[in-house]
Design a protein around this ligand. Structure first.
Ligand code: FES
Ligand SMILES: [Fe+2]
Length: 471
């Protein structure tokens, strides 16, 4: 068994923590049954009987709204022989019937029918009294429409767990300038050959990889003509890290959440016009291709965004970049009018595999063509059929081979440790201050860090270690 205490320390970690199956199984209990996990959005279970399938770690669960309107989460697990009782991704139901022997459960998880078994068991009441119910996840709570659940009855409140990431979630998951979001039906789903931790931390601590891994994307984007200076600037790494920051949040309950590659509304240094120009104007010609209704929405949105972010020069978190909520929820977002927000869950599927589920959040008041366009934009980028994620998956697949080979080392921590040591360059932050940009105002919570740092990665692995060392 791997000595977890020794496997993560001083900015180094043992490659085996991304490849060892025993540790992976231990994580199911110590990470995925002891944290708050995202299970769905209020808009997906709006009416009594609405349900949605999701996973908490490896366990499939049914999120539903019960007849009294309460959101509840049940394990998709028939207590007879463990078959699934719900076989659909989403829908509306009055009850769930197991396809094996026909037991039926109502929306409170209560056994209400024994199928053909009534001849065998005889007394339904008696069976119900023995506690034959759908196992219910004890803690369910929501924040801004995002529903989280936990198997840990003693876990801290969801508010304390999310802590200082909440002001950023407020912006990203409600898009307050537009009147709120909804989750579009359907999701992208893919298998990706790397451990869930490697990709979850990548979203809060690894701006560093962008210009190498994704350089072909940025070159293509540049060649396509007039696009955002943000996009083309990433061809020049020095420019990019000087104009974006990271934020690490660890308060109050200790879980490390964070933001990567985020920018500041009101940054008027030369070349940063994209904060205004791109967000406000870049998509108008695209709106014109979507029809009159879309153009009207566009123009109206520009007014509302300008009002929300304030006058030019007001330093404000500009809703552009990545976010991870520990352990395995990530978001990618743009404030631009036509964009959708990508919400991804990195479901664990073995030590060197995970299953990504991606949902798209769009402005709920937008006309349909705008919603569909938002979904297409997400699909073109950080999505399995898009131009960005494919670059990441190739790197991770190659790393996976090496990580598995590390298992044959007697002491891989001694022989071939991996690192998250990069301190980042504090002078990049000073450049913001010199330009009169108050970063504390733009990012009122958490620790503001320069781009391309690995302090957030260290916090991620240290907290993982902390949880894994608890009895
Ligand atoms: S396994 Fe569900 S009724 Fe038998
Ligand atoms: Fe990437």
């Amino acid at each position: 068994m791997i000595d977890v205490d020794r496997a993560v320390r001083d900015g180094f970690f043992d490659p085996k923590i991304l490849a060892d199956e025993d540790l992976y199984h231990e994580e199911q209990e110590k990470i995925f049954r002891r944290t708050w996990l995202y299970v769905g959005h209020e808009s997906q279970v709006a009416k009594p009987g609405d349900f949605l399938i999701n996973y908490m770690g490896e366990e499939e669960v049914v999120l539903l709204r019960d007849p009294k309107g309460v959101v509840r989460v049940f394990k998709n697990w028939c207590p007879h022989r463990g078959n699934k009782v719900c076989l659909f991704d989403r829908g509306n139901a009055r009850a769930f019937t197991c396809t094996f022997h026909g037991w039926t459960f109502d929306l409170n998880g209560k056994l209400i029918g024994l199928g053909a078994g009534r001849e065998v068991y005889g007394d339904l009441e008696q069976e119900m009294r023995k506690g034959k119910v759908l196992p219910e996840v004890p803690k369910v709570s929501s924040y801004n429409g995002l529903i989280f659940a936990s198997w840990d009855r003693d876990i801290c409140s969801l508010d304390d767990y999310l802590g200082d990431i909440r002001p950023y979630l407020d912006v990203v998951t409600t898009r307050p300038w537009s009147g709120g979001v909804e989750v579009l039906p359907g999701r992208a789903r893919w298998f990706f050959p790397t451990n869930w931790k490697a990709i979850a931390e990548n979203w809060i601590t690894d701006d560093y990889h962008v210009w190498t891994t994704h350089s072909s994307f940025f070159r293509v984007a540049k060649a396509l003509g007039p696009v955002s200076p943000l996009v083309t600037s990433f061809v020049n790494p020095d420019w990019a890290v000087r104009h974006t920051v990271n934020v690490l949040v660890t308060a109050p309950a200790g879980a490390p959440h964070g933001l990567g590659a985020v920018s500041v509304w009101g940054d008027h240094r030369p070349g940063t016009e994209y904060h205004h120009e791109f967000v406000l104007n870049a998509g108008r010609h695209l709106a014109e291709t979507l029809g009159r209704e879309a153009v009207e929405w566009y123009d109206d949105s520009v007014k509302r965004i300008t009002e929300y972010f304030g006058r030019e020069g007001t330093a404000k978190f500009c809703s552009m970049g990545n976010m991870t909520v520990f352990p395995n929820l990530s978001l990618e977002f743009l404030a631009m009018v036509l964009g959708g927000v990508s919400l991804i869950q990195w479901h664990p599927r073995g030590a060197t595999m995970h299953e990504g589920w991606e949902w798209v959040l769009v402005d709920k008041n937008a006309p349909d063509p705008v919603k569909r366009f938002g979904q297409r934009l997400v699909g073109l980028g950080q999505s399995p059929g898009g131009m960005i994620m494919i670059d990441d998956s190739e790197n991770f697949e190659r790393s996976r081979d090496n990580l598995r080979a590390a298992l044959s080392y007697k002491d891989s921590m001694e022989a071939i440790p991996l690192s998250v040591e990069a301190p980042g360059n504090p002078s990049y932050l000073q450049e913001f201050e010199k330009a009169g940009i108050d970063l504390r105002k733009a990012f009122p919570a958490g620790k503001v860090l320069p781009g391309a740092q690995e302090e957030s990665g260290r916090a991620f692995y240290n907290y993982w270690k902390d949880l894994m060392m608890r009895p």
